[in-house]
Design a protein around this ligand. Structure first.
Ligand SMILES: [Zn+2]
Length: 431
C-alpha cells in the first residue's frame, strides 16, 4: 500500500455508521484499500505511515457552497443589511477583481480549507477557471461553478456561456476537479438565461448551483413579478431536479419543500452566513424530515468570516435547537453526516468521497485528540461538533495524496500565498 494511517478511532460514516476503535485505513493508488482494527494492521505496512496517535480518522469534510476568491473580502464590510452590504461594498469589490486576484484568493481559501479539515468544496464565482487551477495545484477536490452573469468585467452574457462551455470542456470529465454551472438568481434574472444554464448543466451531467430564497425581499419581488415563490418560479422554468444544488433555501413554503422532495432537489445549508446577514433560518429539520438531502456550506468568507466547517457543524446543530426549543433537533451525528457523506450526496460525489469505504477515493483527515479541550471523550460525534476546532485537524489526505501533515501544508507555500494576498489587496486599494 502507498499509505497507512494507523492508531486511531476510525469513523467510517458508511451506511451502518461503523466505528473501528484502534483502527487503521490503508490507501493504494489513490483509493481506500482497506480498513481494519489494530490486530489486522498490514505488515510490513506501507511506503508512508501516519500515526494518528489515538485521534479520529474520518472522511474529509465537504463544503457544499462557497465563493473561494472572496477570502480577499474577509472582514471588508460587516454588520450591514444584506442589500447594502452587497450593493455598496461587495459587488463593487467583485468588479475590481482580475483573473490573477481570483487565483490568489482561491489559493488562500484552499489553504484555510485544508487546514480546517475540508477536502472537497463546491464553488461559485467568476473566472471559475482560476478557481479550478487553484484547486488543482493545491490538491483539493472541487466542483467549480462558473457564474455566467452579473459581472461587467467578464463581458456580455454570451461570453459567460462561452466561458462555461470552455470550463465544461476542460474540467467536465470525472476527476479531482470538476465543474458546475452557477447562474446568479436574482428577482430580475432573465428566465431564458436560467433555462439555458440548466440545459448546459443537464447536457453535460454537471450540477446546477443556485442560491435560492435567500432573503425576504427576493421572495416578495418574485411574488410581485411572477406571482410565485422563488422555488415555484424555478419549477415553472423546468429547473428543479436531482442535479440542482439549492443553496441557502431559507424562506420556503410548505409547497416549496414538497417540490424539493418531489424533484429530489439537494440543499446546501449555510447557517453562519445566513445568521451574519440576518437573512433567516432555513427549515432544515423539516427538510430532513421529508427525506431531503442536506449538506453544509460556509458560503463566502465575506459573509461568514471563515471557511471552517467545524464551526458550521457546531452552529447548525445549535441554531436549530434554539429555534425549535428542542435539544434533540439536529444531533451531533446528523451534523457530522451533513458535513461528510450527505455533503458528498448533495454534490453527486458520494460514490467517490464522503465516507471511508474500500474502493472510494481516499479523502481522509485525522483529528488530533491531544488538546486540553478534548479530554475526556465519551462520544466522537459530539466531540467533533461541540468541542473540536478546525485547528485540531492534524493531517489530510486528498485523492490518496498527503496534502497536510502535522499542520504543515505540503502542496503550497502558505506564507508566500499570504504575502501575495496582502500585496494584492494593498494594490487593489479601497476595496
Ligand atoms: Zn453564496
Amino acid at each position: 500500500m502507498d499509505l497507512v494511517i494507523k492508531n486511531g478511532i476510525v469513523l467510517t460514516m458508511n451506511k451502518g455508521m461503523e466505528i473501528v476503535h484502534q483502527g487503521w485505513v490503508g490507501v493504494d493508488k489513490g483509493c481506500i484499500a482497506g480498513i481494519g482494527s489494530h490486530d489486522t494492521l498490514p505488515v510490513p505496512g506501507a511506503k508512508t505511515v501516519i500515526d494518528a496517535r489515538g485521534g479520529i480518522i474520518m472522511p474529509g469534510l465537504v463544503n457544499c457552497h462557497t465563493h473561494a476568491p472572496m477570502t480577499l473580502f474577509r472582514g471588508l464590510a460587516r454588520d450591514l443589511p444584506p442589500l447594502a452590504w452587497l450593493n455598496r461594498h461587495v459587488s463593487p469589490a467583485d468588479e475590481r477583481l482580475t483573473r490573477e486576484a481570483v487565483y490568489q484568493g482561491s489559493l488562500l481559501a484552499c489553504a484555510e480549507m485544508i487546514l480546517s479539515g475540508t477536502t472537497c468544496f463546491c464553488d461559485s464565482y467568476w473566472f471559475g477557471e482560476a478557481v479550478a487551477r487553484a484547486a488543482a495545484t493545491t490538491g483539493m477536490r472541487a466542483v467549480v461553478g462558473e457564474v455566467l452573469n452579473g459581472f461587467s468585467g467578464c463581458g456580455e452574457m454570451e461570453d459567460g456561456f462561452d466561458r462555461a462551455q470552455k470550463m465544461v470542456a476542460q474540467w467536465g470529465k470525472p476527476g479531482r476537479v470538476t465543474v458546475a454551472v452557477a447562474p446568479l438568481f436574482a428577482p430580475d434574472a432573465d428566465p431564458e438565461l436560467l433555462k439555458r444554464a440548466a440545459d448546459l448543466a443537464r447536457k453535460n451531467r454537471v450540477p446546477l448551483v443556485i442560491e435560492v430564497a435567500q432573503t425576504g425581499s427576493e421572495v416578495s419581488q418574485i411574488a410581485r413579478k411572477h406571482g410565485k415563490s422563488p422555488v415555484e418560479f424555478l419549477e415553472s422554468l423546468g429547473l428543479l431536479g436531482p442535479g440542482l444544488v439549492a443553496c441557502h433555501s431559507i424562506h420556503l413554503t410548505e409547497n416549496d419543500m414538497e417540490l424539493y422532495r418531489h424533484y429530489h432537489v439537494r440543499v446546501a445549508h449555510c447557517p453562519e452566513s445566513d445568521m451574519a446577514l440576518g437573512s433567516g433560518v432555513a427549515p432544515i429539520p423539516r427538510l430532513l424530515g421529508l427525506g431531503i438531502t442536506v449538506g453544509l456550506g460556509t458560503d463566502a468568507c465575506a459573509s461568514n468570516g471563515d471557511l471552517d466547517l467545524f464551526c458550521e457543524m457546531d452552529t447548525a446543530a445549535k441554531l436549530h435547537k434554539v429555534v425549535a426549543m428542542d435539544p434533540e433537533v439536529i444531533d451531533a451525528e446528523t451534523a457530522v453526516k451533513m458535513a461528510t457523506i450527505n455533503g458528498a450526496k448533495v454534490l453527486g460525489l458520494d460514490r467517490i468521497t464522503g465516507s471511508l469505504e474500500t474502493g472510494k477515493r481516499a479523502d481522509i483527515i485525522v483529528v488530533g485528540l491531544s488538546g486540553h479541550h478534548l479530554v475526556p471523550m465519551y462520544n466522537p460525534y459530539s466531540h467533533l461538533v461541540y468541542s473540536a476546532a478546525g485547528s485540531d485537524v492534524a493531517a489530510s489526505v486528498i485523492d490518496g495524496k498527503l496534502v497536510m501533515d502535522n499542520r504543515a501544508l505540503l502542496t503550497m507555500d502558505v506564507g508566500a500565498v499570504m504575502d501575495g494576498v496582502q500585496t494584492l489587496c494593498q494594490n487593489l486599494g479601497g476595496l
